[in-house]
Design a protein around this ligand. Structure first.
Ligand code: WT7
Length: 635
């Protein structure tokens, strides 16, 4: 039996049982056998949910870049670590070997040092998806600086808030970035942000678009000349297991963004372990996650998890629609991708387009397909399975969060079954529970409740930067002795989990709890529907009623729309029950999305409730323009 690599169902159950009966022995073995340490730990785990306080592999010393880079050099120095696929398909892709990655990371680490960055300092990285992004992340880790990557689509205000929250000493950015046919002036955004950031002493600037940009004397430095002078040898800083590795901001339902802090050893062990099992990565495979490294998905499953396994990981600079909607599939064919990991919102967007965009390419190399970020609706799941996977590739619907650091609930291809719309079974070491309305654990199956995790796992976030109270209140106060995820879920007769969505998206209509996700699934089954979002609004008799925002594949006549409303409600009545019918249906030409592709239900809820004067900050949306249309068309 291998604890590290699960290969069949029986093994899953054996390993899972072991991981729950004796978590310390289980993780001790995984950590011992698959990583390099400078000093062994004294204790695998100590924890206290009430403080809350979690320590994994306490006393151990290591550097995560030795695990992600150095230890592979002897055996696979010439093999590809990172494939960089540029925005423009006519520009050549780069294949960066482990040896070259090592040289680049060491040089960058020396540059950071020469700029006065030391262990524990915070470095903000605001870069597009170019190799310098992965290299900067790893260079920080090499010298023990704490990286705080901010997605390079955020505004100057959002960037400044994040820089100030963690007092970053340095910003790493580029002159500009390419996204589809647009060129974005990134350095200009940094300049704007830094007008209100006193902590930043220096800015490193990579050249990407070769635009003429102002450089501030004494503060701004071109990256390349410094790299050219730097040595390709930088001894790794020897870190404690619980030293912070990075801060990553995630937006809360209220208040300013939360800087989730992840620490070194547990994060490394858990992301490497889950990468191996969820994607069934084998030597020589080419793995592609389409996320941006600005999100946790990119941290854990583009950079750390794959590299810790010596994998080949793809970084894509562009967007799925450029130069046309076939771009993803063109890249799959070009690089012979074996594992492909993307988000439901991308799948739905591509499913709307002509199927020839998929069928024009040879997708035979694919073995595993992944989904992450929100519940994947049934229609999108089947489209993905049939058209991309040709019914040959298990779909791993991976449920997790910025706070969890790694994938928590997911099928394991070849071992555990996949079920449309179900994240299915917990990974080894993960002990999910469902909590009922009265605050008690629901032990039986075929129940619905709020999803909590009742035992620590190695990559749980350790705190919110500078605000441990908020950390406790947000995640550990709702139910004592466990971590509260904020999500609702159901458990079927044999223990599979289906995530129904954020708890705050549950709407009580006439005393019935209705999750928005299953209703949206039903609506999306209608052939004319591209995407939908359902929110609640106050209703005299029912308490709440349902308001549906629906984007159609094609714009229709208003007569047709009346018929559509009836057909959609009939579908809902058929799938869920008449109780879930929509009182109001507004046809929209788009739904407001966060940069990571999540529908901003908060805004939709406000519009539905006619609370228009307090919509909050819409500037960080992917598509702020659609809010105006939605307000104008409200019912
Ligand atoms: C929230 C976390 C995990 C990296 C990307 C998002 C939702 C995520 C799934 C899934 C249903 C999912 C949850 C979760 N979510 N994956 N497979 N099925 N819901 O990270 O921005 O921290 O968001 O995304 O609601 O709580 P995040």
């Amino acid at each position: 039996m291998s604890n590290y690599h699960i290969k069949h169902l029986e093994e899953y159950y054996q390993v899972y049982r072991k991981s729950v009966r004796n978590p310390e022995a289980f993780w001790d073995e995984v950590a011992e056998e698959h990583f390099v340490w400078r000093k062994h730990w004294e204790k695998v785990l100590s924890y206290d949910f009430s403080k809350p306080d979690f320590k994994w592999f306490e006393g151990a010393k290591l550097n995560i870049t030795e695990n992600c880079i150095d230890r592979h050099l002897l055996t696979k120095g010439n093999e590809t670590a990172i494939i960089f696929e540029p925005n423009n398909p006519d520009e050549v892709a780069l294949h960066i070997s482990y040896q070259e990655l090592s040289n680049r990371v060491n040089k960058m680490a020396n540059v950071l040092k020469s700029q006065g960055i030391r262990k524990g300092d915070r470095v903000c990285i605001y870069l597009p998806m170019i190799p310098e992004l992965a290299v900067s992340v790893l260079a920080c880790a090499r010298i023990g600086a704490i990286h705080s990557v901010v997605f390079a689509g955020f505004s100057a205000t959002a960037l400044a808030t994040r820089i100030n929250d963690s007092d970053c000493k340095m910003v790493i950015t580029s002159d500009g970035s390419y996204r589809g046919n647009k060129t974005i002036d990134l350095k200009g955004i940094v300049d704007d942000a830094l007008r209100s950031c006193a902590s930043v002493l220096s800015v490193l600037v990579a050249k990407r678009v070769h635009s003429k940009i102002p450089m501030i004397d004494g503060r701004d430095h071109w990256m390349q000349p410094l790299l050219d002078q730097a040595s390709a040898k930088c001894d790794p800083e020897i870190m404690d297991a619980e030293d912070p590795l990075f801060i990553l901001y995630t937006s809360g339902s209220t208040g300013k963004p939360k800087g989730m802090v992840h620490t070194t050893a547990g994060y490394m062990v858990y992301t490497a372990y889950t990468f191996k099992n969820v994607f069934q990565y084998k030597t020589g495979d080419i793995y592609w996650c389409t996320a941006d490294i600005g999100w946790i998905t990119g941290h854990s499953y583009i950079v750390y998890g794959p590299l810790a396994n010596g994998a080949t990981t793809v970084m894509f600079e562009g967007v799925p629609s450029y130069p046309d909607f076939g771009r993803f599939w063109q890249i799959v064919e070009k690089h012979k991708i074996n594992q492909f990991y993307t988000a439901p919102t991308a799948i739905r967007a591509l499913a709307k387009e002509n199927i020839d965009f998929v069928n024009n390419y040879d997708l035979n190399s694919l073995k595993v397909l992944g989904s992450v970020g929100e519940p994947i609706n049934e229609e999108a799941w089947h489209w993905y399975n049939e058209n991309v996977g040709k019914r040959q590739c298990p779909i791993v619907d991976t449920w997790w969060q910025t706070e969890t650091g790694g994938i928590m609930i997911s099928p394991i291809p070849g071992s555990t079954p996949t079920i449309p719309t179900y994240a299915t079974l917990p990974l080894p070491g993960i002990q999910p529970v469902l909590m009922g309305a009265n605050g008690d654990e629901l032990y039986e199956n075929q129940v619905e409740g709020s999803l909590c995790i009742k035992f620590p796992w190695p990559s749980i976030a350790r705190t919110i930067w500078g605000n441990h109270d908020r950390y406790r209140e947000t995640y550990f106060a709702a139910y004592s002795g466990m971590y509260f995820t904020g999500d609702g879920a159901t458990r079927d007769a044999v223990g599979n989990y289906r995530i129904t969505g954020r708890i705050d998206d549950v709407i009580i209509v006439s005393g019935h709890n209705l999750g928005t996700a299953p209703i949206e699934d039903a609506v999306n089954e209608h052939p004319a529907v591209a995407e939908s979002a359902i929110v609640g609004f106050p209703h005299d008799i029912k308490g709440n009623a349902l308001y549906g925002y629906i984007t159609l594949k094609e714009k229709g006549e208003s007569l047709l729309q009346d018929n559509l409303r009836k057909e959609i409600n009939q579908l809902i009545a058929d799938r869920i029950g008449p109780i879930a019918k929509l009182d109001k249906v507004q046809f929209t030409n788009g739904l407001p999305k966060t940069r990571s592709g999540k529908i901003m239900r908060r805004i939709l809820r406000k519009v539905a409730c006619n609370e228009l004067d307090n919509l909050g900050d819409t500037s960080t949306l992917l598509n702020p323009e659609c809010v105006k249309h939605i307000i104008e068309g409200r019912l």
